[in-house]
Write a protein that binds this ligand. Sequence first.
Ligand SMILES: Nc1ncnc2c1ncn2[C@@H]1O[C@H](COP(=O)(O)OP(=O)(O)OP(=O)(O)O)[C@@H](O)[C@H]1O
Ligand SMILES: [Mg+2]
Length: 648
Amino acid sequence: MTDQASAKDTEPLGPTASRLWRFMKPHRWGLLLSVIAFVLVASTEPLIPKLLGYALGEGFNAKPTNVAGFAVPGAAPATSAAAVTPAASAMSPAAATSIASAASATAVAPPASAASSPSRPSMAEVNLNYSFPIWMVPIVLIGLFAARGLFTFCGQYMLNWTISRTVMDIRTALLQVLLRADARVYTSLQPATAVTKVVNDPQHVVTLIAGALITILRDGLPALALMGYLFFINWKLTLLSLITVPGLAFVVRKVNRRVRRMGSWAYDAQLRLVSVIEDVTRAWRVVRSFDAADYERRRFAERAREVQRSTLKTAASNAMAQPLSQLMASVGISIIVSLALYQSRVNGTGVGEFASFVAALLFMSSRLRHLSDVMQPITNALVVARGCMGLLDTPPEPDTGTRELRDVRGDIALQQVTLRYPGANRDALAAMDLHIPAGRTTALVGSSGAGKTSVVNLLLGFERPDSGRILLDGVPIDELTKANLRRQFAVVSQDIVLFDLSIADNIAYAQERDDAKLEQVLRAAALWDFVQSLPEGLDTTVGANGSKLSGGQRQRLAIARALYKDAPVWIFDEATSALDTESERAVQQALEQWQGRKTLIVIAHRLSTIRRADCIQVLADGQVVESGDHDALMARDGVYAGMVKVQH
Ligand SMILES: Nc1ncnc2c1ncn2[C@@H]1O[C@H](COP(=O)(O)OP(=O)(O)OP(=O)(O)O)[C@@H](O)[C@H]1O
Ligand SMILES: [Mg+2]
């Protein structure tokens, strides 16, 4: 298994723990109240046997002090008390107490007829010898249980309050990270992994920790009390018993290291399993059409098996903790018992003291046994916490700009811009110079991979150029805040992304809904008639990523969303590729009403759609190789003219 361990697995978990504590800290009062409640519950525990013992002890053993002068007529009352006793012992303690007290009271109470006899004590005299009336027994017991119930409830409630608050805070922080993460993070982060880390992991972590905390409270406190008692009886021997502590610490450390390693492996394996499910659901059509069910099943089985093995190994490591620490404890106990026996033989120490010492020691070791189970859940929790909180280290998108532009015209210039994606062996854009004038329609054309989408990514600040400058209305875009920069663009991207919301919510995404404007943009996107034909109209939901719509409808919905945004620059990256010629023409005509008022960047492979653009920029290998309007480029008979000829 060591081969499964990466450098990460042996990292200490301390930083993760302090990170976790930062999230719990604001809710520490809830935790404290919960701890107090549990301590109160624990403190009532010895009260019950004690009270019972007290009540029963007095009930059975107390005798009127003047019993010598009590002229017992025969043995009848005594017998009746004796007859009740065995029955009482078989009952529940509470019932037994009250009955036994009642019985013994009857047994010793003199008959009323005899009350006048001078040789017998009066009722008042008898009652004086009992320190409490019988009715108090049920009251105290029920009260005690009610108090315990209340404290238990409060403890649980406050603990869960703390847990749920902490989980919510962690999730919120993680989401915040995702919302701000650098665009490049998303090339490696699978959505399902993100879901697991944000939704499942925090709950898992905090629940494990809370469980461990309860064990500590439940078993740790009594263990401490017993330890104190042991010191009280025989501090030398008790001190001696601590010699096993280093051994125990060693065992716990070793086991924990293994749990940590196996836990990390199990965690990663689980994420790999999750990604198969993501693929199977996201790409279900491909899976079915390739008849790949068996293939996916095998892929799943392989990863599921890895999860099974790794979780089993983690469980085995967890399970090793108890026997090993018990073994260590047994060494200590046997040494102490032997020494104690020796001591008692030599000094003649009483058997009683020895017995109570050993009994307390055994009780303590049984409590400690539970405590030894605490480290593993905590380690497991920290391993998971490290996994999900690793997201917090995701670099945020640099947003160092401070300027905010208003009334942008949309004049765009790329000056000697070079961009190379990480890991790529050639530049996506190579010292590109490009000017896109305001209020005009500019078309970007060029073969696949020429760098058209890369230009868009740069304009929106999703990528940063390795060198060169990008200007918007003459201002370098890195001087603008990201929010201000992105407000200037409305983009229909090459891969359409829709939300599982209604048509209206998809179009007026994150903005006020204005039905008149919705109609206007839907008409412009040639989608109004379709929406009208739907039973729920604008409120019809579109399914996961618009799965209830046709390809062309999805594109037109995305166009409507861009138009609704009302930004000065519109970018259509292959936005009409799935449309039939008629709808495409309708969209183009609709766009013409904004001509002169908006800067329009159109990227298209189908050259007929950009024929009327004010300027056509032809890209090849990350550079502009030709530019001009259709007629000029045709006259030039270069790359563009060649592309046009091929398409006709
Ligand atoms: N995230 C990325 N990581 C690495 N390389 C990338 C990434 N995105 C794009 N590239 C590479 O950059 C080059 C330009 O890609 P770009 O998406 O800009 O092409 P395009 O002109 O839009 O092509 P298409 O017409 O096919 O959409 C391609 O060679 C592509 O492989
Ligand atoms: Mg592209």
